[in-house]
Write a protein of this length. Structure first.
Length: 246
């Protein structure tokens, strides 16, 4: 992996307009500018494969919304719940073909929605069609990983990015490769009992919490000698208390 290239690709734009992210569970986030919402890998099947369950109240209608899916696996996608959310669906052909034509956002690899430009980067995962994404919205550049296996897709992203969503299995690689580089990493796709290695400028979100894109860290691991952190999550949306490994 070209670490220098990865560092150069990552920057934070301090003049960008406010954009929030709410963690629904697993790899699902609700991005919002206050007028529209982009739902990442939601709706999915609650509790699929032992990953996070979410409160059933999360599946509700959202006006002016786009559901953006990385792939069709059940812990990322639930075609049967899309109509209840009322969103347009963008993603790989395997995803779009599973929902009624009235909900399809149309073919990619580029979609435009409420001022956002979304580009699919075709990436590898198992035997399914899989997209990682670069989202450019209100001058924020966000890399959405999906279930990638290494950081190579990030080095190949055509745009500079300031916020990176990465699965838990890459947290230690980010720490080793980038040290204390000044960008925001949001960790996702971890189980309730998993301990995730601490990495600089990382957010390990607690289910149901909202934070600012580009706004720095959340839930730091504070115990003396701490080398890892977990954020307990519950299907009832309760926050719990962070735990650390020493």
């Amino acid at each position: 992996m070209n670490v220098l290239a990865l560092v150069l690709l990552i920057s934070i734009e301090p003049s960008a307009s406010p954009l929030s992210a709410r963690f629904i569970g697993n790899s699902a986030f609700e991005l919002s500018d206050g007028r529209a919402a982009i739902l990442l890998d939601f709706p999915y099947e609650s509790g699929a494969f032992g990953y996070m369950a979410f409160p059933k109240e999360e599946v509700h209608r959202r006006e002016n919304s786009l559901c953006l899916f990385t792939h069709r696996h059940a812990d990322h996608f639930d075609a049967s719940a899309v109509a209840s959310v009322g969103c347009s669906v963008a993603g790989p052909d395997e995803v779009q073909s599973a929902v009624p034509a009235t909900h399809r956002a149309g073919p990619g690899p580029v979609w435009r929605f409420s001022g956002a430009t979304i580009r699919c980067l075709s990436t590898r995962h198992a035997d399914v069609e899989h997209c990682s994404y670069v989202i450019n919205w209100h001058d924020h550049q966000i890399f959405v990983s999906g279930d990638i296996e290494d950081l190579e897709p990030l080095t190949e992203a055509p745009e500079r990015v300031g916020t990176v969503l990465l699965p838990s299995w890459l947290a230690s690689e980010v720490q080793q490769s980038l040290g204390a580089s000044a960008f925001q990493v949001i960790i996702h796709h971890h189980t309730d009992e998993e301990t995730v290695p601490v990495c600089p400028n990382c957010i390990l979100p607690i289910q149901g919490t909202t934070f600012e894109i580009g706004g720095g860290t959340l839930n730091p691991c504070e115990a003396p000698g701490c080398q890892g952190q977990t954020a307990p999550r519950g299907g009832d949306g309760s926050q719990g208390v962070d735990r650390c490994e020493t």
